[in-house]
Design a protein around this ligand. Structure first.
Ligand code: AP5
Length: 212
């Protein structure tokens, strides 16, 4: 199954992508995680992406399309994948179409703006493997330590309140038009994000026809 997860920053795309990935044994492909890794490693790509990411803007289509194309060509993506954070613009969606990729479902997770800001302030992300937590809704077993790999769970630089507001604006302007793009294909499904992670997962699995 090839899936796209759509939704505002903090809507829970990464969290639900992890749950689907564990259930279906297909990889979660997060362009955000790949870009953060490049920034952390100080690669040429990371240096190009950093300024846009720090300000909450999008990295250029050219860069992101390039890394995505390479990633979906890898062996572990042969039986399907979950695109988390890609496409983010109509140009990226068109590029995906022109790669000949068949998408089975586009799942939008909808969460109201006022709840997004509260979620972002409590988010913690493993700096080693990228796993996502929340101090209240999805805490690590040991404070500050990733359950999966033992890495440090830290706050993301772009989760500062002013950057979150600017990311929401960018989402509305550049990414929300994708809902119409995919609605026209008949592949768009929408789920209302719930207060509890597990409740959202239940709705996501139902929408995708996955047995819980
Ligand atoms: P990216 O990493 O993709 O960030 P994003 O889309 O802004 O999404 P987030 O990761 O912030 O949120 P999420 O929806 O995954 O929510 P999460 O599950 O963590 O991108 C970062 C940057 O990279 C961009 O700003 C851009 O610069 C660049 N970039 C990336 N892709 C790009 C592209 N294609 N083109 C151009 N630029 C690109 O959940 C959030 C928090 O809420 C967590 O703490 C979680 O535990 C908690 N939570 C989740 N679900 C629930 C629930 N149901 N109840 C309570 N809490 C919940």
């Amino acid at each position: 199954m090839n899936l796209i997860l759509l939704g505002a920053p903090g809507a829970g795309k990464g969290t639900q992508a992890e749950a689907i990935s564990a259930k279906l044994s297909i990889p979660q492909i997060s362009t955000g995680n790949m870009l953060r890794e490049a920034v952390k490693n100080g690669t040429e790509l990371g240096l190009k992406a950093k300024a846009a990411m720090d300000s909450g803007d999008l990295v250029s289509d050219e860069i992101v399309i390039g890394i995505l194309k390479d990633r979906i060509a890898e062996d572990d993506a042969k039986n399907g994948y979950i695109l988390d954070g890609f496409p983010r613009t109509v140009a990226q969606a068109e590029a995906l179409d022109s790669m000949g990729v068949t998408i089975d479902h586009v799942l939008e997770i909808h969460v109201a703006d006022e709840r997004i800001c509260a979620r972002m302030s409590g988010r913690r992300v493993c700096e080693k493997c990228g796993a996502s937590y929340h101090v209240e809704y999805k805490p690590t077993k040991v404070e500050g330590i990733c359950d999966k790999c033992g890495g440090k769970a830290v706050q993301r630089a772009d989760d500062a309140p002013e950057t979150v507001l600017s990311r929401l604006e960018v989402y509305k302007e550049k990414t929300a038009p994708l809902k119409e793009y995919y609605a026209k294909t008949g592949k768009l499904l929408t789920v209302e994000g719930q207060e509890e992670v597990a409740d959202t997962t239940k709705l996501v699995f139902e929408a995708l026809g996955i047995q819980g």
